[in-house]
Design a protein around this ligand. Structure first.
Ligand SMILES: Nc1ncnc2c1ncn2[C@@H]1O[C@H](COP(=O)(O)OP(=O)(O)OP(=O)(O)O)[C@@H](O)[C@H]1O
Ligand SMILES: [Mg+2]
Length: 247
């Protein structure tokens, strides 16, 4: 199982959208485990899992938990608001930064990919995601404020790599909600180049597209909602790029 976390401590940049559509696309030919690590439960909602009997909170509290089959080849460990405050509940646990990885041991041979949707935080939960991941994808929103904090997050990722998980790699920074007409989007690209991060930048950019919000309203991936939309095309290209990077 190859584990990929979608992470950025900034809210609303496209983490859940990216997790949802990568998981959906890869499930066409692979067995996928999706994990919702966000108390907002957006990924669970988007996958139509609204009243689960157990959640990711149970995993972290070492209770029995269910892995919910969502569709062919795609299973989910859901989250909901019960996950709020989990940091405090596990803070005295030994190896508290490796609870997720420990619980996923049994899944290693059952799935090809595990896709983790992280919350907009840097905390013990995101450390758990990073400590069990092989790769991370950092979505950024193509607006003037997204660059703030990226350097801090990269420092955090490097610290986790040095102290807990030496195999962790940055698969790429992904520009989401891109609009070619906006000078601000172009200046983001220049900013990235200036910071020497262009090597980590995915060639594919996800364009701003109304199909994204509409698809989520109907609990669908962009592929099921409108396979001809620019979002479906962009996420297809992204997944192909990811597969090539992983060969
Ligand atoms: N390419 C896109 N085009 C148009 N709208 C988009 C696009 N990507 C994401 N959105 C919309 O932007 C909003 C934020 O996206 P999303 O929920 O994926 O971000 P997030 O990083 O997971 O947010 P949070 O930090 O709150 O979990 C959503 O309403 C989503 O539908
Ligand atoms: Mg989200």
């Amino acid at each position: 199982m190859i584990t990929i976390s979608i992470i950025n401590q900034k809210g609303g940049v496209g983490k859940t959208t990216t997790a949802l559509n990568i998981a959906s696309y890869l499930s066409n030919s692979n067995k996928i485990l999706a994990i919702d690590l966000d108390k907002q439960g957006n990924l669970s909602d988007n996958l139509g899992v609204t009243e689960p009997s157990t959640t990711i909170e149970d995993l972290f509290l070492k209770n029995d938990f269910e892995i919910v089959p969502v569709k062919e080849n795609l299973d989910l460990i859901p989250a909901n608001i019960d996950f709020a405050g989990i940091d405090l509940k596990i803070q005295n646990e030994l190896s508290r930064e490796k609870i997720l990885g420990g619980a996923l041991q049994d899944c290693q041979d059952k799935y090809n990919y595990c896709i983790i949707d992280c919350p907009p935080d840097i905390n013990l939960i995101t450390i758990n995601a990073l400590s069990t991941s092989d790769h991370i994808i950092i979505p950024i929103k193509a607006d003037s404020f997204s660059m703030k904090g990226i350097d801090k997050m990269l420092d955090f990722i490097i610290k986790v790599r040095e102290s807990i998980n030496p195999k962790l790699s940055i698969l790429g920074i992904l520009i989401c909600q891109y609009s070619e007409n906006l000078t601000i989007s172009k200046s983001i690209l220049e900013e990235i180049k200036k910071n020497n991060w262009q090597t980590a930048l995915f060639e594919t950019k996800i364009r701003k597209n109304t199909a994204v919000e509409k698809s989520q309203y109907y609990n669908k991936s962009v592929f099921d909602f409108d396979p001809k939309s620019s979002a479906a095309i962009d996420y297809t290209n992204l997944c192909e790029e990811i597969k090539n990077k992983l060969i």
